[in-house]
Design a protein around this ligand. Structure first.
Ligand code: SF4
Length: 149
């Protein structure tokens, strides 16, 4: 059976920065019939829950991996290292599970695919990938944003 990597918050784990989850019937329908590996890169990278919101500053997740952008909390604290460590652990989890696909939480600075917040903490979106989505894509895992959120 095909195994897919998913954002843990989409499966009901309360690991979001605000201590909530994002489970939805649409997401469960999207993964029905597939083995699922649930993973939260930010928790795996050592961040606590709840935590301050963070956004990508100076570029997207690919730029973070290339060392030309950062991940910063709304307090100004730089959490780039934790985000990169979490992305590496997510890639390890995908490899362990034999996942060639991932269905991840939209807009997140870790899990977002295609669109992320712009670093202004004003709710503005720009094209780009989160750090984990970028690392997975670079290593042959096809990442799609989850429906229903
Ligand atoms: Fe969900 Fe991903 Fe954020 Fe963890 S890092 S709370 S899995 S969106």
């Amino acid at each position: 059976m095909e195994t897919i990597l998913v954002s843990a918050c989409l499966r009901g784990v309360p690991c979001r920065f605000d201590g909530r989850h994002k489970a939805s019937p649409e997401f469960e329908e999207a993964v029905a019939g597939r083995e699922v590996v649930s993973f939260c890169p930010e928790v795996a990278g050592g961040l606590t829950t709840p935590r301050r919101p963070a956004e990508l500053v100076g570029g997207d997740g690919h730029d973070v991996l290339d060392g030309t952008a950062r991940v910063v909390e709304d307090t100004g604290r730089d959490v780039t290292e934790a985000f990169v460590a979490g992305a590496q652990r997510a890639l390890e989890a995908a490899r362990r599970g034999g996942c060639t696909e991932a269905l991840l939480m939209p807009r997140s600075p870790s899990c977002g695919r295609g669109v992320v917040y712009d670093g202004s903490f004003a709710g503005e979106l720009v094209p780009g990938d989160g750090v984990t989505a970028a690392l997975l894509e670079r290593n042959g895992v096809t990442v799609r944003p989850a429906p229903g959120v």
